[in-house]
Design a protein around this ligand. Structure first.
Ligand SMILES: Cc1cc2nc3c(=O)[nH]c(=O)nc-3n(C[C@H](O)[C@H](O)[C@H](O)COP(=O)(O)O)c2cc1C
Length: 108
């Protein structure tokens, strides 16, 4: 099987060569910088609605959910969709950003 992978013409990039060499420092685990902000690796938590907010306010659940992924090592942690007006929410339990209190609570 490994022989088949080595002869696959799609796997010619430096990254693929690292994987095939069992590089202990593969691309995925290397830092990356966007506009001066550096993430420790390229692993990203996708945004996922938690349906746990009241009045659009972030609470302990959001802090624990996102904080666990960050402390677990993900380089990027995206919040769920955050809505700029109440009528734009997917559900009444989605996060909002139309009051200063909402901003203060989500600005971790
Ligand atoms: C429970 C759940 C909630 C999600 N909520 C959001 C969301 O709030 N905003 C968003 O852009 N995508 C949301 N998604 C989509 C995910 O961010 C992601 O794009 C999707 O799961 C596909 O991921 P993948 O391409 O890594 O398979 C949600 C997905 C799941 C499973």
């Amino acid at each position: 099987m490994a022989e088949n992978i080595k002869t696959d013409s799609r796997l010619t990039s430096e990254n693929a060569r690292r994987v095939l060499r069992r590089d202990p420092n593969p691309h995925l685990f290397r830092p990356i910088t966007f506009r001066g902000v550096t993430a420790r690796n390229r692993i990203m938590l996708s945004p996922m609605c938690q349906y746990s907010a009241q009045d659009g306010l972030a609470n302990d659940w959001h802090f624990a959910h996102l904080g666990a992924r960050a402390s677990g090592g993900a380089g990027f942690v995206f919040t769920e969709a955050v809505h700029t007006e109440p009528r734009g929410r997917i559900t009444p339990f989605c996060l909002g950003l139309w009051t200063d209190q909402q901003l203060a609570l989500i600005h971790l």
